[in-house]
Design a protein around this ligand. Structure first.
Ligand SMILES: [Mn+2]
Length: 402
């Protein structure tokens, strides 16, 4: 065999409770959407006759998995009878005596990596599958693989669920550096554990964390999907790996900030928010970067839409007589968006004119900013000066900045 193809996924978390959605109905819908991502992966595998399906841990939630979900998994795997399915357990679906990994008959094409000391050799595909830390002996397993004679005329894949290159804390699961993993000289390292896509590698090894096919929380913004890959050996024994990311997620999470300055009522604020979402004129909460929320990607799928989940921080300066009623705004927006949560970061606009004649520091501060505003022509810099004036006055008035 001179080439193998694979589909790589991880962190599906089947039967996750999704309690953060605060609705049984929505939680159930998200669970079924995760299941449908598995169906769509299976269809792709069949259509393109892909050799391997690699699942790098957290396939399901061991605490919550239902019998019907196990049956569903068994059915999908048996339909893929022409594909070898390789599963590494993760921290949410560990191998225990009670685990359905142990007490279910999975079929001969399903390989659950229960013991990192054993290398799985798939003769048909000339492929060796290694794993690490399945029984939490990460360091010993690692030394063992380092000592092994890895045959370069075979395809060598490592499946690993763990923390890569993070500031290691005691709670981190299976912590290791990317440098250590690359030192194993695998052709492909199939990572899992982090829920967002990440790619590492060097000239010998491609190492990818595909992320969850559906995002599971607000810290998992951006596109989600799985990875399709192929490794080939050429006549001169050199190897070549090709990788493609396949978007799958039906919904996306967005952390955004919307400026409702000068709104005088909740109805106006709702209108402003809807208008901004329609036009995609929102900025990312953390980076301040403008997000093209409604832009379509190449496949025509919307990057952001009413199907999505929004965490919206309301910002800007409102008049002293108006303060946003988050419950009211939420009620209105919830009718149009799948999920929304709100945070109020607005501040009351301070009336600077009353300090114009002030002989103290407030007056001096205001007059200096106004002098600069007089000669400033750039709209952007004028906005910044106005913000400086508001925050400066806040600090001087209240001894704090909102
Ligand atoms: Mn996970």
């Amino acid at each position: 065999m001179k080439q193998i193809s694979f589909l790589h996924t991880a962190d599906l978390h089947l039967d996750l409770p999704f309690s953060s959605l605060r609705s049984d109905e929505k939680a159930q819908l998200r669970r079924s959407e995760i299941e449908s991502s598995l169906d769509r992966m299976a269809r792709k595998i069949q259509e393109e006759k892909i050799n391997l399906l690699i699942i790098s841990g957290d396939l399901f939630e061991d605490k919550y998995i239902k019998g019907t979900t196990v049956t569903k998994l068994k059915n999908v795997f048996s339909e893929l009878y022409e594909t070898e399915i390789v599963i590494a357990p993760g921290n949410h679906d560990p191998i225990t005596e009670k685990s359905c990994y142990k007490n279910t008959f999975w079929g001969s094409n399903v390989h659950i990596l229960e013991d990192s000391r054993k290398v799985l050799y798939l003769e048909k595909y000339n492929t060796c599958i290694y794993s690490l830390g399945v029984k939490k002996d990460l360091r010993l397993d690692y030394e063992e693989i380092l000592d092994m004679n890895i045959r370069r005329d075979r395809f060598n894949l490592l499946v690993f669920h763990g923390t890569v290159d993070m500031p290691f804390g005691e709670d981190d699961y299976n912590s290791i550096t990317s440098k250590e993993l690359l030192a194993l000289n695998m052709d492909y390292v199939a990572l899992g554990h982090m829920h967002c896509y990440c790619r590492y590698g060097n000239e010998k090894t491609t190492m990818i964390n595909p992320g969850s096919p559906e995002p599971l929380g607000f810290d998992e913004e951006g596109e989600h999907g799985c990875v399709k890959g192929a490794i080939s050996i050429s006549e001169d024994s050199s190897k070549h790996t090709e990788i493609q990311f396949i978007p799958l997620a039906l919904r996306h999470y967005h952390n955004i900030q919307i400026n409702i300055s000068d709104c005088t009522s909740d109805a106006e604020a709702v209108e402003r928010i809807e208008e901004y979402l329609r036009q995609g004129r929102v900025s990312h909460l953390r980076t301040g970067e403008e997000l093209p929320l409604l832009k379509s990607d190449a496949s025509g799928a919307r990057q952001g839409s009413s199907r999505d989940l929004y965490s919206i921080a309301l910002s800007g300066f409102t008049s002293r007589s108006y303060s946003p009623d988050l419950a009211y705004i939420h009620e209105k927006l919830e009718k149009k968006l799948f999920f929304v949560k709100l945070k109020n970061l607005t501040s009351a606009r301070l009336d600077y004119e009353q300090f114009l004649e002030d002989p103290g520091i407030k007056g001096a501060f205001i007059r200096r900013i106004l002098d600069r505003l007089d000669i400033e022509s750039s709209a952007e810099k004028r906005d910044t000066l106005f913000l400086a004036m508001q925050y400066g006055l806040q600090a001087l008035e209240n001894e704090r900045v909102d």
